[in-house]
Design a protein around this ligand. Structure first.
Ligand code: C2O
Length: 517
């Protein structure tokens, strides 16, 4: 390290500039500085107690206005959003117990992702069919609060448009990258200009998400079926963009915070921008096909959660209140579409219903790996099973778009609560490694997670227990399999930059391939 006396004048000036920027940040965003101290890590993110009985949410009270891309806001819209977040941060300083303030708002997310102290966490709303509706509610109440604080009834959250195939939008939106803005967060690993790896948001990834054949595969599974499971939307762009945005997951003391740890993710204002685009994928998926429909189960529609509204009123809101976003005062100015090069990737004649991805097969499932748990570290692993003629016949039909849909199931996926995991899954591409493209039909999705709690924190967080992760076999992959004598499933661990990881570890059990009845 250079001694002070050897610093050039330019370096000294730069250091001075950094220092004074730090001081003005401290006064402007006292709460940010406070919360960026690792000692402040939430070991108890219990949100404030209800102020009384919950008041039911009344849909459609405000005008539905468009949510726009964060790359396309007007100067006035940027100013309004920035003012809203500034006032949100100010509340945390002036009234630390006000549940509407920035830090306590982030605790609500922490509470619902198992980040609370043992015995003090709320219902888990990730990795199941609660994922989309819960986050839609959370964003809505935050949006109303920002609108009120900024005194701008037209304020709507912008979306981070990583789904459009362009380097201009597959990067951190510039308005979040200005370190004198309330939209900035110092605990990030990326900056505007860094490009999100195509593994996470490229044409094949977006095609798998938007072409998912039913709601379970797209948005997650009923929690009463094996504890639920994450859909492709959550596992591919959602989890990976979280981890990409956060600091390095292997480096203390931040270990992925803010965005790469669910307990701290909502401290970063870009969380809400990322989630607006995740939410935008919901109507986008519905628009792709008339068969893309929401669950109709009353256990889903009638499920409710409670939040503080913008006036501090404890409010209950049901899933059925939010399936039409216009009831919440917004819609998207445009929807994402399946990348043009991928139009026909999933043409299975699916009869899969909306509430289950459990395969009920006439054909014996092909077991590529037996039930026994095995651990995957930094290197890929391949499992294979012979492919009998009877399955080839069935896959032949699938390849022509008329057959039964096939699912690949990886069961018993067990991930430590402090680990962010990402592993690409390929079918019949056994040479795949971290550098292998995902723009091939053989790539079917990710095993992935965002850490629930920060590594090294004083509590262990809640674990999900083993979960099932399911992948669809598209028509063009079926056409490849027809010519093979074995099914080979290769799992390739990667880090949040899509490179070979240093400290990956998770376990999984049975791997099977079978048609969905
Ligand atoms: Cu509740 Cu993006 O996580």
């Amino acid at each position: 390290m250079k001694s002070q006396s050897k610093l050039s004048r330019r370096e000294a000036l730069m250091n001075l500039a950094k220092l004074s920027a730090g001081f003005s940040l401290l006064s402007l965003f006292g709460a940010t500085a406070l919360a960026q101290n690792p000692a402040d890590y939430p070991v108890d993110c219990t949100p404030p107690k209800p102020s009384g009985p919950a008041t039911p949410f009344v849909p459609g009270k405000i005008a539905a206005l468009p949510r726009k891309s964060a790359f396309a806001l007007s100067t006035q819209e940027i100013a309004s959003l920035t003012l809203g977040f500034q006032k949100l941060r100010d509340l945390t300083v002036s009234q630390p117990n006000n549940p509407l303030g920035w830090l306590l708002q982030s605790y609500v997310h922490c509470w619902y992702c198992g980040g609370g102290t043992d015995g003090k966490a709320g219902e888990e709303i990730h990795s199941s069919w609660w994922f989309l509706p819960w986050h839609r509610c959370y964003l809505y109440f935050l949006e109303r609060t920002l609108s009120k604080l900024a005194n701008d009834p037209n304020l709507r959250l912008p979306y981070w448009d990583w789904s459009t195939q362009s380097n201009l939008t597959q990067t951190l939106p510039g308005i979040y990258n200005n370190n004198t803005s309330s939209l900035y967060d110092a605990l990030r690993g990326v900056t505007t200009g860094d490009i999100i790896p195509s593994e996470f948001v490229g044409p094949q990834a977006m095609s798998i998400v938007l072409n998912a054949s039913n709601f379970s595969l797209f948005g997650g599974v009923d929690t009463t079926i094996n504890g639920g499971q994450a859909g492709q939307l959550e596992r591919i762009p959602h989890n990976n963009v979280h981890n990409w945005t956060g600091t390095d997951g292997d480096t203390p003391p931040t270990y992925g915070s803010d965005m790469g740890v669910l307990a701290t993710a909502a401290r970063d204002p870009v969380f809400f921008c990322h989630h607006a685009n995740v939410d935008r994928m919901w109507p986008s998926w519905q628009a792709v096909s008339t068969t893309h429909t929401n669950p109709t189960d009353s256990s889903w529609l009638n499920h409710s959660w409670t939040f503080y509204d913008e006036n501090g009123v404890w409010t209950s809101i049901k899933v059925s209140d939010v399936i039409d976003s216009k009831n919440l005062g917004y819609f998207y100015d445009n929807l994402a579409t399946v990348p043009a090069s991928k139009n026909k990737i999933m043409t299975a004649n699916t009869t899969g219903n909306a509430s289950t991805t459990t395969a009920a097969a006439a054909l014996t499932p092909l077991i590529a790996a037996p039930k026994e748990a095995r651990t995957l570290k930094n290197d890929p692993a391949t499992h294979e099973v012979a492919l009998p003629q009877v399955h080839k016949t069935s896959l032949q039909a699938l390849s022509s778009g008329t057959g039964q849909q096939y699912l690949l199931t990886i069961d018993g996926v067990l991930i430590a609560p402090y680990s962010s995991v990402s592993a690409k899954v390929y079918v019949n591409y056994p040479k795949a490694n971290a550098a292998t493209t995902t723009e091939i039909p053989n790539f079917v999705g990710f095993i992935s997670s965002v850490a629930k709690v920060r590594k090294g924190s004083s509590h262990t967080g809640h674990n999900h227990g083993p979960q099932r992760q399911v992948f669809e076999i598209g028509a063009d992959l079926a056409a490849i399999l027809v010519k093979e004598n074995a099914v080979k499933v290769t799992i390739v661990p990667i880090n949040n930059r899509s490179k070979k990881p240093k400290t990956m570890e998770f376990s999984y059990g049975e791997i099977s391939l079978q048609p969905l009845k």
